[in-house]
Design a protein around this ligand. Structure first.
Ligand SMILES: Cc1ncc(COP(=O)(O)O)c(C=O)c1O
Length: 390
């Protein structure tokens, strides 16, 4: 690419991709790359998935957009199917993760009206350090990482952050003025940091006992990526609100805020909206993804693939690998050299990976990846680590 007027916000690799098939991407020079990134956890069915491409093409020919003044069969069907998969009562469809979280925050704030001490407005939202909730001014305020806040003050007030996996700190922070606790069950951008099962159960219990909504930001870890539709379903925890996006429509922009119980009814006419949200094109794509990931055995296979990767990385006893963690196909390899260095060495060898936090090589392969591809990618990763250790 010779010219690019895009604002200079991305640290790009220099690669220019022109097509993809399955878990392989091809650049403008015809070089092929095995994809262990899925964009950033988005291309859940890989590239050029025939059923997904067909559904998008057919929907585009039939109807792309009508606005939310009208219902469409595709959005109505998707809403039903999403609520069924997530165990929720209602859904707001939008276009991205940040938007889904904005909706969740609005639901929580409106729900909190009049529920505080003496009929006051419970409006504070507690989130965790190391979290990432989006790039809008409000979701940045929710994000518990200072580095994302710089330059953009004043951020939206009413958020407080407590250390992740510290139940005592959480207990102290969930006061009477709090309307919600928002957390990623498995933190993504923060470095693929799992919240412990005990901590998550305690958090859910505290919220229920104190009349505080639990918002699960499952934008990265949801939609089957960790082996259950919502990551919290593995523990039998039912959040009041769950947000999903990324892999939900296999690459077509979409986001969804799902809600249950009182939260499901908090917003009324005129409280929220989106020009593009729930358009039939995105809905048709999401229905294919949903059908695929909820098919019998699919998510169990995702969990096993993750175990295969973790076992392999663990068996290397590599001097640069400090830890390998995560679940399903959301994994982090903690390294003792800058992860960008490993990423660059992987790319040179034909493997796309991501980084996260300060010291993590992040793996988010398409959920449809096969065992042979996993082994091939792992061999490249190991070779890249060896090269970095030289
Ligand atoms: C957990 C989580 N929440 C929110 C977001 C924001 O999503 P989007 O970039 O689609 O706005 C992300 C994106 O990385 C994420 O990982």
């Amino acid at each position: 690419m010779t010219t690019d007027k895009t604002m200079d916000t991305y640290k790009r690799t220099g690669l220019v991709f022109v097509k993809g098939s399955g878990c392989v991407l091809e650049d403008e020079d015809g070089e092929k790359y095995l994809d262990f990134a899925s964009g950033i956890g988005v291309s859940s069915l890989g590239h050029g998935h025939p059923e997904l491409a067909k559904a998008i093409a057919e929907q585009a020919a039939r109807l792309i957009h009508v606005s939310n003044y009208y219902q469409t069969k595709e959005a109505a069907a998707l809403s039903e199917e999403l609520c069924a998969a997530a165990g929720m009562d209602s859904v707001f469809l939008c276009n991205s993760g940040a938007e889904a979280n904005e909706c969740a925050i609005k639901v929580a704030r409106k729900w909190g009206e009049g529920r505080g001490k003496g009929g006051s407005h419970k409006s504070r939202i507690v989130t965790l350090t190391g979290s990432f909730h989006g790039r809008t001014v409000t979701t940045l305020a929710a994000t518990g990482q200072e580095k994302f806040h710089a330059h953009f003050a004043p951020l939206t007030p009413g958020f407080s952050h407590v250390p992740a996996n510290d139940a005592g700190a959480l207990e102290a922070a969930l006061g009477e003025d709090a309307c919600a606790l928002m957390l990623e069950p498995l933190q993504g951008e923060g470095g693929v940091v799992p919240l412990s099962d005990d901590y998550l159960k305690r958090a859910a219990r505290l919220c229920a006992e104190r009349g505080i909504l639990l918002i699960a930001d499952e934008i990265q870890c949801g939609v089957g990526r960790t082996g259950t539709f919502l990551a919290l379903q593995r523990l039998g925890i039912k959040p009041d609100i769950a947000t999903i996006a990324k892999g939900l429509a296999g690459g077509v922009p979409i986001g969804a805020a799902l809600a249950r119980g009182e939260a499901a009814k908090a917003l009324g006419k005129g409280d929220h909206g989106s020009t593009f949200g729930g358009n039939p094109l995105a809905a048709a794509a999401a229905r294919v993804v949903l059908r695929t990931v909820t098919a019998p055995g699919f998510m169990e296979a995702v969990e096993l693939k993750g175990k295969r990767i973790l076992a392999a990385v663990g068996s290397w006893n590599h001097p640069l690998v400090k830890d390998a963690r995560g679940r399903g196909l959301m994994l982090g390899v903690v390294v003792s050299v800058p992860p960008d260095k490993i990423k660059a060495l992987c790319i040179e060898r034909g493997l796309l990976v991501l980084t996260a936090g300060e010291d993590v090589v992040r793996l988010l392969p398409p959920l449809v990846i096969g065992e042979e591809e996993i082994d091939r990618g792992l061999a490249i990763l190991r070779d890249a680590l060896d090269a970095a250790a030289e």
